[in-house]
Design a protein around this ligand. Structure first.
Ligand SMILES: Cc1ncc(COP(=O)(O)O)c(C=O)c1O
Length: 303
């Protein structure tokens, strides 16, 4: 990760990274009226070319978020797609990159302000999880996951991350790597920035979409890859106590990628070592994002 970002795309224009601006009283900041996507572009080791993973799915989810926010004159999908590609090309990274695409209200106003809408796209270096091989220590948080009828987790709003941040800070203070959040009725939801899977008796299980989760692109990828590997999958309500008896637990997300959990609430997951199905899925994920397999070529947009 030797490269650094020098150029950022703001409202469609490439400008020096440190010159991007938004007023401190902008509604995007003052009332958290912003939605975003975290996207990754991966380098193929054989060709040295970067491709963006599942760009269209991220753009669709961002559209859903902008609709939900009732933004006036939101940027078009074509403009945002171009912004993502331009943000990577302009920085000519020699390695993988993380792309943050954010749409926010740039003007001042109040809680009913719906414009003027602005957007920014930044491609930056991002380390992989140091626990990719050894596994995370997760703790169930005493903070509850935001509920659909208060702040829908389905929409990737920056404001949602206030709740995630509280839980993350608490979990670090308690000595864990990351929290697991439960829904208001005590079922497993997800982590603060990643979805959760467990493996029980060979079945790859993840909380259902009505568990106050972000409808994660990576979760969808993992379900597809598991099915292709012949592993049965289930999307269903998940009890906290199942985490203690599961054979394997892992987190997944664009930023996290696919990372095993070694401990939950200081109890070992299985024998406390990353499980075989988790590591099989991690390898399958790695090859599909990087394009070392021809499978799912439509998921990779060449930069
Ligand atoms: C709260 C939350 N859940 C899940 C995910 C995973 O979503 P995706 O796979 O679309 O990146 C993220 C982001 O990475 C997230 O912030």
């Amino acid at each position: 990760m030797a490269w650094t970002a020098h150029t950022i795309i703001q409202n469609g224009k490439a400008i020096p990274f440190e010159e991007a601006r938004i007023h401190p009283l902008a509604v995007g900041l003052a009332y958290g009226a912003a939605v975003f996507e975290g996207i990754r572009a991966y380098m193929n080791p054989a060709t040295g070319r970067l491709s963006v993973f599942r760009l269209e799915e991220h753009l669709v989810r961002l559209d859903q978020g902008m609709k939900f926010m009732r933004f006036d004159n939101p940027p078009s999908r074509d403009a945002l797609r171009q912004g993502v590609l331009d943000s990577v090309r302009a920085n000519a990274p020699d390695d993988d990159c993380y792309i943050r695409l954010q749409v926010h209200i740039e003007s001042m106003g109040n809680q009913s302000t719906t414009g003027m809408v602005g957007w920014v796209c930044a491609a930056i270096p991002r380390e992989r999880s140091p626990k990719r091989e050894s596994g995370l220590s997760l703790g169930v948080s005493s903070w509850t996951r935001i509920a659909d009828n208060t702040m829908p987790a389905r929409i990737k709003a920056t404001a949602n991350y206030h709740a995630g941040r509280i839980a993350t800070l608490q979990s670090k203070a308690d000595g864990y790597d990351a929290p697991i959040l439960l829904t208001r009725d005590g079922k497993v939801s997800e982590s603060a920035g990643a979805c959760l899977f467990m493996v029980r008796d060979g079945v790859v299980i993840t909380p259902a979409r009505d568990s106050d989760i972000l409808e994660s692109v990576t979760r969808d990828t993992v379900l597809a890859l598991a099915a292709e590997l012949g592993l049965p999958t289930a999307e269903r309500r998940t009890d906290r106590s199942e985490l203690y008896v599961a054979d394997e637990v892992f987190l997944c997300g664009t930023g996290q990628e696919l990372v095993p959990a070694a401990m939950v609430d200081r109890l070992p997951v299985g024998d406390g070592k990353p499980g075989p199905i988790t590591m099989q899925l991690q390898a399958a994920y790695e090859s599909v994002v990087r394009g070392t397999t021809d499978a799912h070529a439509q998921w990779r947009t060449a930069v």
